[in-house]
Write a protein that binds this ligand. Structure first.
Ligand code: DGL
Length: 267
């Protein structure tokens, strides 16, 4: 890579939904992605473990000379907040940009948040929403089964398991009359169709990957470190578990069948 890359990490493949958006918003940027597939999921683990994993993930990206690090993981963004103060390069998680977008989007002042158990327990999105407007009512729901469903390819809006799981988790939010829902885990945009089918068109879904890509573009722009190459950026992928099957699944997350090459690393 001729220019420093943006480093992106997640516990697994979910962060690729953010990479997809980054490629749209910043097509000229190089990207290095690390998915900690050997240790996914993070969302059911303790805060101490999540923080330790997140530090190791960020260290791997720093060893590649990245100029910005994005935790494309709702769980890390919610729990490992000390990364904001301790990394030697600019850093962002997904919570702040996503919460602000939701606060701007709601019309009836009722926002739902779905995420992993660790994310919901942290109240990270809720705190940020109330910081921008404390009159908003916020309803949270942990959805621990969504991550394994997605990682195992159960993603179709017509799949009965997906539909029933969505209904079970989202019923209370629907009954609460939300008009905006934060997909607070980067795995969840993959089942956005099924979520939207259940909640109806009147509910706006806020995708954390998309909002974070826009936020990252602002960080790079304001610091004067946008790529000047004028050419299409390159993407390199690393995982901590087997590379077998990665390309096929990654294509689902990235929504493209461009050749994807991936390397295994020991974290
Ligand atoms: N993509 C991660 C998140 O946003 C997945 C969660 C997990 O590893 O449990 O939270």
């Amino acid at each position: 890579m001729s220019e420093p890359a943006i480093g992106v990490f997640d516990s697994g493949l979910g962060g690729l939904t953010a990479v997809k958006e980054l490629k749209k918003v910043l097509p000229q940027e190089n990207i290095i992605y690390f998915g900690d597939t050997a240790r996914v999921p993070y969302g059911t683990r303790s805060e101490t473990t999540i923080l330790r994993y997140a530090r190791q993930d960020a260290d791997f990206l720093l060893s590649k000379g990245v100029k910005l690090i994005i935790a494309a993981c709702g769980t890390v963004s919610s729990v490992a907040t000390e990364l904001y103060d301790t990394l030697p390069v600019p850093y962002t998680g997904v919570v702040i940009p996503t919460a602000n977008a939701a606060a701007d989007a709601t019309k009836n002042g009722r926002i739902g948040i779905i995420g992993t158990p660790a994310t919901v327990k942290s109240c990270s999105y809720k705190r940020e929403i109330l910081r921008s407007n404390n009159r908003i009512s916020v309803y949270q729901q942990a959805c621990p089964l969504f991550v394994p469903l997605v990682e195992n390819g159960f993603i179709s809006r017509d799949d009965e398991i997906v539909r029933l799981t969505v209904e079970r988790y989202l019923k209370d939010l629907k009954d609460a009359g939300i008009d905006t829902l934060i997909l607070g885990c980067t795995h969840f945009p993959i089942i956005a169709d099924a979520i939207s089918d259940y909640l109806g068109r009147g509910v706006t879904l806020i995708d954390s990957g998309k909002e974070t890509a826009l936020f990252a573009a602002n960080i790079l722009g304001s610091r004067g470190i946008l790529s000047r190459s004028g050419e299409k950026g390159e993407c390199r992928y690393f995982v901590s578990d087997t590379v077998e099957g990665f390309s096929k699944t990654a294509e689902i997350f990235l929504g493209s069948s461009d050749g994807i090459s991936v390397k295994h690393i020991d974290i």
